[in-house]
Structure formats: C-alpha cells, structure tokens
Design a protein around this ligand. Structure first.
Ligand code: SF4
Ligand code: SF4
Length: 997
C-alpha cells in the first residue's frame, strides 16, 4: 500500500502515533520534549480522534511528578495512557515509573533525550537522563531518525500491550526531536493492525474497578517482598522476543525491517562500533564510506537496550570481529565504564564463561561522545575506527573534544566529507526574529513533499533571546539522508543579516565554487567594499558565486515592514536550482496562501509582491581579483577585557567554543560574573538619543529599560573634564542633589532597539509633540559619537549611595545597575525588575534562581549579566532546579544566619582582645540604610585587619566569617522572573516602586 510522505520533525513523528494510540495523555512541558505535549493538546482541542474514534483526554499537570502520578492512576483505572518528557522531567517521574513497571502495566512514554544538569544545565542532547532511568524496570527502545521515531512509537505501544512491560521510547533531543525530515506516515489502519485488540481488552480487564475489586500498592515485609520482586522475571525474559515479533509484524505491514540489534557493515568485519540513537546514523554512513575503501568495519545499532538480550547481541555481531568500540552518550563519573560498555563487556564475558562468545574474542573498549549535543561527525567516527586498529586501543576515551587534562580524547583528523555528490547542502545564517528558520522549514516541506527528493532540516539557535543567531542546515537529495551532523561543504550559504559577517566565520561552511547570498543594504557594485577582509579572502579563495539583495528595502517597498523571510526564500530557490524557478515560486505562493490566508487578502498579496520583487532585486556581484578591504573583522572583546574573558569567553562568543580544551574550563561550574559588558552585540537598528532641552529628568526611561542600556547619572560638574565631543549634560533640576549635573546616556552597542524607553517617556516638545525627550535614530549615524560618550559616561563617578535622601522610582536610577545587557528578549518585562533589584541590593545580594527564562538570560554562557561594582561586590547567583527554588534559597538564608551567629559568638569571645566598644558597635550596628551599611563595612574591614594580627584559632575562625556581620539579602527569582526576598530584603521598596509606576 502506498502511504503518504510527510515532512515533519521527530517530536511530531512521536506525538502523531502516541496521540492516535492512547486515551489519556498527561503532560508537562520540558525542552526539547514540549512540542509533543503541545501538539497532543492542540489536536485534542480541535477534536481530532484517536484510531478508535475517540478524542483523547489531554491534561496538563502542575509538575512532572504530577503528570507521572496522573499517568499511573489512569493506567490503573484501565485507560491507554502516555506522556512525554526529558532530562530532569524524567527523573521526577522515576518513583512512579518503578511502580508502573513493578505492577507490570502496559504503558509507553516518549523521551527526547536531554542532558541532566550537573555542573551546569544543558537543554541539549545526551543519554544521561535515559540512563538514569534504566533501573526502573521499563524497557528502553532507542530510535535514531525521524522515521524510526514514528515507527518505534507504534512498536512500543504494541509491544507493551503484548508483554506487559512498560516502555520508554527515546530519541535524541534536538538532533532528532527537532530535525525536520521526510518520512512515510503510518496510517490509522497500520496502527490498528499492529495493536492487538485482545491485548487492549486484557489491559482493561486488569483495571481497578469496584466491579472486580482487587488491591494494589501493598506494603510488603521481608517475608514476601524479595520473592514477589522475582516473580516478574518471566515477563522480562519474554520481552525481547515480543519486541522481535512486533518488529516482524511491523515489517510485514510497512516493509521496514528492524531488529533488536541491527548490524550493518562488512560480513567479516574486524572493527565494529556499538551505539544507539542518532549517532548510529552517522556511523552507518561512515561505515559505507570505509567499506568502499576496502576496510573491514561495521556498526551494531542497539535498538532494545533494556531488557538487554545478550544472546541476540552476540548473534548480531560478525564472529570475525577483533575490536569492539562501545560508544556511550553519557558519563558516569567513578564507574568502571559507561552503561552500554559495561553491558557489552558483561555479555561477552558471560558468553565466554559458558564456553561461547565470539570466535575472535574481541578486545572491547568504551568511549564517550556527544555530551550535550557535542558534534559527532564522520571525522569522529573515523578517529574511533582508527583507534580500534591499534594494537592496544585506548579504553575509556572521549571523542569530539580536546582533553588536555586527563588525556582521554582521540585525535580527530581533518573534516571528512562523505556525502553523495548529488546532494544539495545549504546553510543559512539569520536572527531568531527575522523568520529565517520558519522560511527554511517551509522550503523543506516544499521540496520534501513536492519532489522525489529526501529532505532534512536542522536548526541551531544560540543561547541569547534578543538578537539570537540562528543557523539552518538543510540537505536535499535522492538518497536517504543519514547525516546526523551539521552541514559542511555547503553548496549554498546565505547570510540574512549583514552584521553577522563581522562576527562569524560563516564562509568556512561553504564548499569551493558555492553560491553565497548576502542580504545587504548596498548595491551589487558597492557591497564588496563593505565586506571585512576575511570575507573577501574566503570568497576569492573558494571562488564563490556572490549574490546580493537588499531584502529590507524590498520588504519595506512591498509593505512587508521588516519581514524578509519570503524574500530570502525566493532568492534561495532562484539560486539553488532544487526546483525549476517558476515551479518553486508557485510553491512558495501556495505556502503563503496556506500560512497567511486566514489573516486576509492584503497580507497574502504583500507576500506575493515581495516574492516577485525579490528576483528583480537579486544581483550577482562582480568579484574583484584581489582583496581590497581596509578593515578586518573586529576583535570580539576589547583588549582590556580580563584574561579569562579573552581566553575563554571570547572564543565561545565567536562560535568557536568547540575548540577550547578541557583545561580551559572551571571544573566545578563556577564562572566569573560581569562578562556581558564585553560582548557589545550591536543588534539594534535604531537607538534612543536624548534631548536634554525636552527632558524632565524623571528617569522612567532608565527604569523600564530591560537591558540597562540607557542610564542616568548625577555628578559634580568638574567631572566633565575630558568629555568627548557630543557628550550631553545639563543641570540637575530636583531639590535634592541640587547643584549636580545630569546626563542620560544610551549604550549604543548594548541597546536592543526595543523602544520601551521612548514609549514610556512622558516629555514632549511643545512645538512638535512627535519629538520626545528621547527619540529613536538609526544606529550607524550615531554609533561612533554615542560609543565614546557611553565610555566616558561609565567613567563618571557613581553617586555616593548614602547621599540619596529618599529612594523612589526616580532616585533608584542613580544607583549602579548590577544586572546589565542581558540576553533577554528585546522589551522583556521581567528584567527591569531584576535590574532594579540589583540597583537596590546588588552589593549584598544572593540570588536563588529557579530554572526558566530568568536562569537562561541570567546564567547562560558565554556571557552573564550579573555585574560587580567598583569594589568588586555584586550579586552572587546560582540556579538549582526548576522545582526547588524556595528550598534552595532557604538554604542560602540558613547558611548565612548560621555564619552570622558564629561571627557574633566569636566577637563576644574575643571581646577583650578586640575592644568592648568596637565589638558592641559591630553587634548593634543599624544597617537599615545605605549609611548604616557603609559604616558596618568599614568596621568589618577594621576588624579583619585586627584579626590578621592575632595568633588565635578563634580569630582565624572569625576572620573567615566576619563578612557575614554585614547584612546579606537573599532573593528567590522564579523561572519567569518573579522575585521574592527571604529575610532582610527590602521587598517593600520594590513594591512601593511598582505602585509608583
Ligand atoms: Fe533600553 Fe530598549 Fe531603550 Fe534600547 S530601546 S535603551 S534596550 S529600552
Ligand atoms: Fe527624560 Fe523622557 Fe527619560 Fe524622563 S523618560 S528622563 S523625560 S528622556
């Protein structure tokens, strides 16, 4: 039977089957699994039925634990039930998973495998979450591609009903969950034929019901528990055979044949790699390449990881294998090896012990790869195969990094391009906000669904929210695409944002003779002179066909505002030649009709006009024979940046973090604060410019700025000596602080151009109400002036905090922000409050941050916005988990109070040596205002000096905790930016200021 070819991502591939084969879906969002739950929710809301004609009950719970409890309950009560999760979410479900498995419950769940937070959080992929659940009793089945995700979602549902062993089906987060690929869709009929109705009835017969009452969840004692625990053994022993039979039935239905362990390679292979997940696709592709070169290599792909069917594993391997490399996508510190490696070693050892095993008695070595989505490409695979060829291959190696600390890493050779010649490879650099990714998803759908080509799309986002760089990696071609790694050697490279050329070495990805499309505000005959030297050199070296379009002008002229996505998409189709040009344009227009049709005819027509105008504005650039640029790519950070920022942060900022060796990193996750100020992203097209004549000095603009990119200062007039030309100043006009000068200054390279400051500004020029006290102006014309003005502004002395007579919305903006230039979304409504918090209490602030938006814009590398004042004091910040924020902060508070009490007790003990008056002053200090705090800091400074001269264990102990005699402020910051103080905080200040606003 011919089935529909669809182009979807891995999450949709899983959700499509899970939704259609279940009755209850309990969800809770977690990256990268969230889209599965969101899709199920949306389908239920639109009344889409499952294969039995009923609309599943989809319920979003308050937590992962809540979702797991709901799943357990629904299963107990007889419904076919599923859920989706990843990472810590899976860990939170573990107690219920033990119960579900212990009760032999038919159930399957789908996991977009993601790194567990250890020294740092990571949303990217590895198998540490799944491996932490391998002891629960759930069967584990791994998929490696979008098609497999779709297929195995069906297989696990059938196998769990047949075996009564619950299944955890997993696939690689982002790499597979978010990869868009063309697959064959399973029909409802396929699913119904695979699911045995009698097994469904058996599941229902096991339901808790007062009509056939039973009791489960008993408490058992030493007399019973152990034996009862062993009573489930037959089900586990039978499970692999059940999966095998299900695979057989599946093959009969679809023609796609899977096995518990799938071997691919030379029938008499000497070197074989064992692994699971998407990495196996890359190894498969590399094995084909090596086979053509006469190498005796192979790959054994583990499908069913638990229960581990040792006999099937051995049977799948060629008996000739001499060296086995087992690759784990996880790290188990302190273990003798990672989990899959240990299983393989044990399987071989047990077989040998029984007189069996493999004829060649292979040497087995284990290695780690791909943690947190570290790139794993053919060159990595080649490195492992080369190591296996050594007489004594290294064990417990790593591949994909440079480990110069414990020297575990394998050396990787130059990039290995093994993709077939007919394949189109394209890379697009854009911004999160410019529609590049959605246009590319659209292009994949057009090509995947309108041609015979296979299609693959993978999208890399950087960690910033405002001005986030996106890189889209697209592949098309007649042959199956197994390349689960980033595109190199692209025949087409597009840069949708001109300024990225100055930041990224994007032409590194271009193949010789490739096409380079640039969106630039310059004509074809002038653009060359605006390219940095490195870009010109790469164009010449690689003899690129260079095309240019001013997409923003075309967008403006066709009524599209700043939306350039369809314009750039039309150019791609015109240049890449994947489809005949006219046909491509017709397909783009179909897609526009589909996407925007409901939003009105005008929008559709504007998009059509933009597509048509795109091609007439697309021009080939006559490339000169030599490099003519007078400037190169500017350094990523200023020369005066600290050593660590130069050596580590700047490398990561330039997209080259992969090159940093192990020794470059702090081993415990401790990073310096105050690094965002070195980044200077320059992402605003327009920035606010101050007009002191109109300004009423209310400071509201500074208060609302989410990025601390517009600031006010009051200072003595003589501080203006040496001010650069164009630096604006005026007299400060309020009664307090009278006599000082006042400046309002934008940070032009840190502003995101969100306009919030202009929106909130209440002051208008009476003669021209459209002219406010701050007005947006294009950045290029003011950049140099404002940059030097801002530099000078930062050097102006900060206001002595104790001079503020009252603290309110206006005066708070004279306090130095210690939260600045965050990567939060332009116009963020959360960060102004955090910035305010840092102004009020930053020099004595500890933050316990829940996981969420605020932990990303607050603690996502390479740079962090929490800053320090001139004394080196500033907020100390940490994130524990999503769900333990209050307890984490409480721990801070308890520890501080404990050390404060110790300090007080030791002070009393040392009273005679320190002086009664000084001790009394330290103990009774009034720290309720800035003057009181400053005085106490001075006392503590004196105390520490005195203590340094005392040879007394108590004095040494007091010196270690003396700083706790100065009040500390502990705040909880929620994932979505809410903040509460614990103990001495000053919440009242913040609340009163919110009222002011
Ligand atoms: Fe801040 Fe936005 Fe104004 Fe820039 S435009 S200074 S980011 S409020
Ligand atoms: Fe001046 Fe307007 Fe800013 Fe108030 S909001 S300080 S009036 S620029």
């Amino acid at each position: 039977m011919k089935r529909r070819q669809i182009t979807i991502d891995g999450n949709e591939a899983a959700a499509s089957v899970a939704y259609r084969t279940n009755e209850v879906v309990a969800i809770y969002p977690i990256t990268p699994a969230s889209p599965m739950g969101e899709l199920a929710d949306a389908w239920a809301a639109e009344g889409r039925p499952n294969v039995w004609g009923d609309v599943p009950e989809v319920v979003e719970m308050q937590s992962e634990g809540g979702a797991a409890g709901t799943v357990h309950g629904a299963l107990q009560a007889g419904a076919l039930t599923t859920t989706f999760t990843a990472s810590q979410g899976l860990l939170l479900k573990i107690p219920n998973l033990y119960k579900i498995a212990g009760e032999l419950t038919a159930f399957s769940m789908h996991v977009a495998a993601r790194t567990l937070a250890t020294h740092a959080l990571s949303i990217f992929c590895d198998h540490s979450d799944v491996m932490a659940a391998r002891q629960t009793g759930l069967a584990l089945l791994a998929s490696g591609s979008v098609q497999e995700v779709h297929d195995f979602a069906a297989v696990v549902q059938a196998a769990t009903l047949a075996s009564r062993i619950p299944f955890l089906h997993f696939f690689d987060g982002f790499r597979t969950s978010h990869e868009v690929a063309k697959i064959e869709e399973l029909t409802d009929r396929d699913l119904l034929s695979l699911l045995d109705e009698e097994r469904v009835r058996e599941h229902r017969r096991r339901a808790l019901t007062p009509d056939r009452p039973v009791l489960r969840g008993t408490a058992q004692n030493p007399d019973a528990f152990f034996q009862a625990r062993e009573a489930s053994n037959p089900f586990y022993l039978e499970c692999p055979a059940v999966v095998e039979r299900t695979f057989e039935r599946f093959a009969g239905l679809t023609g796609r044949r899977y096995r518990l362990f799938d071997y691919h390679g030379h029938p008499a292979a000497e070197r074989v790699l064992v692994l699971m997940g998407s990495g196996a696709e890359t190894v498969h592709e590399t094995v084909d390449h090596l086979l053509e070169r006469g190498e005796k290599v192979g790959v054994l792909r583990v499908r069913l990881y638990r229960p581990f069917a040792a006999e099937a594993f051995l049977a799948a391997l060629p008996p000739t294998v001499e060296a086995l490399g087992v690759l784990d996508r996880t790290k188990e510190p302190g273990a003798i090896g990672e989990p899959l490696y240990l299983d393989v070693v044990a399987a071989l050892a047990e077989a040998r012990q029984e007189g069996g095993g493999l004829a060649a008695d292979p040497r087995v070595v284990g290695g780690r790869y791909g943690l947190s989505s570290k790139e794993f490409d053919p060159a990595c695979v080649q490195a492992v195969f080369s190591e296996l060829a050594a007489e004594r291959p290294r064990n417990h190696f790593t591949v994909g990094i440079v480990d110069d600390l414990t020297h575990t890493s394998l050396e990787i050779g130059p990039p290995l391009d093994i993709e077939p010649p007919g394949r189109v490879r394209a890379v697009f650099y854009g911004l999160g906000s410019d529609g590049t990714v959605s246009a590319n998803k659209n292009s994949i759908k057009i090509i995947g669904e309108q041609t015979d080509n296979q299609a693959q799309g993978y999208f890399v986002y950087d960690s910033k929210k405002a001005g986030a760089v996106t890189v889209s990696h697209l592949r098309f071609g007649p042959e199956p695409i197994r390349s689960a790694y980033l595109v190199r050697g692209a025949g087409f490279v597009a840069c949708h944002q001109f300024h990225l050329l100055e930041k990224l070495e994007m032409l590194e990805t271009a193949a010789p003779g490739a096409t380079f499309l640039l969106n630039a505000a310059y004509a074809a005959d002038e653009v060359w002179d605006h390219l940095p030297r490195e870009a010109q050199q790469a164009i010449l070296d690689k003899q690129l066909a260079f095309w240019v379009i001013d997409a923003y002008r075309v967008a403006r002229e066709t009524g599209m505002g700043g939306r350039i996505n369809t314009i750039m998409q039309a150019c791609f189709f015109a240049l890449a030649g994947v489809l005949p040009r006219e046909e491509a344009l017709a397909r783009i227009k179909d897609a526009i009709r589909k996407t925007y049709g409901k939003r009105g005819r005008i929008l559709v027509e504007q998009n059509f006009a933009a597509v048509d105008a795109a091609l007439s504005n697309l021009h080939r650039v006559e490339v000169p024979a030599t490099v003519t640029a007078t400037f190169g790519r500017p350094p990523l950070v200023a020369a005066e940046a600290p050593d660590f920022v130069q050596r580590v942060t700047a490398v990561m900022m330039g997209g080259k973090g992969d090159l940093l060796p192990v020794s470059a990193f702090p081993p415990d996750g401790t990073w310096p604060t105050d690094t965002a100020r070195w980044e200077k992203r320059r992402i605003a097209a327009e920035v606010p410019i101050w007009d002191p004549e109109v300004c009423i000095q209310c400071n509201q603009c500074a208060l609302v700025c989410p990025h601390a990119a517009i600031r006010s200062k009051v200072y003595e007039a003589d501080a203006l000596a040496g001010a650069p030309e164009g630096f604006l100043t005026t007299d400060y006009r309020a009664p307090d602080l009278r006599g000082l000068s006042y400046t309002l200054q934008v940070a032009p390279e840190d502003c995101t151009g969100c306009r919030l400051c202009v929106e909130v500004c209440p002051a208008k020029d009476r003669t021209n109400p459209r002219h406010k006290a701050i007005n947006m102006e294009p950045l290029p014309g003011v950049l140099e002036r404002e940059r030097s003005s801002y530099r000078f502004f930062l050097e102006l002395p900060e206001l002595d905090r104790s001079r503020l007579e009252r603290l309110d919305a206006k005066s708070s903006q004279f306090l130095q922000p210690l939260f600045e230039y965050s990567g939060a979304c332009a116009g963020c409504g959360e960060t102004p409050y955090l910035k305010l918090l840092s102004q009020l209490f930053g020099d004595r602030l500890l933050i316990a941050n829940a996981t969420g938006c605020s932990s990303i814009f607050g603690g996502n590398l390479p740079t962090t916005p929490w800053a320090v004042d001139a004394n080196g004091r500033g907020p100390a910040w940490s994130n524990s988990l999503f769900e333990d924020n209050a307890e984490f902060g409480l721990g801070f508070r308890l520890a501080i109070e404990s050390q404060q009490r110790q300090a007080e007790r030791l002070l009393q003990r040392l009273e005679k040596r320190l002086g009664a008056d000084e001790v009394e002053a330290l103990l009774a200090a009034d720290q309720s205002d800035e003057a009181g705090l400053a005085a106490q800091r001075e006392r503590v400074g004196r105390l520490k000096e005195t203590l340094a001269g005392l040879d007394d264990p108590a004095a040494r102990r007091l010196a270690a905790v003396a700083d706790y005699l100065v009040t500390k402020s502990v705040w909880l910051v929620g994932g979505d930016g809410w903040a509460y103080d614990i103990g001495y905080g000053g919440l009242d200040h913040v609340l009163s200021m919110k009222r002011d606003l």
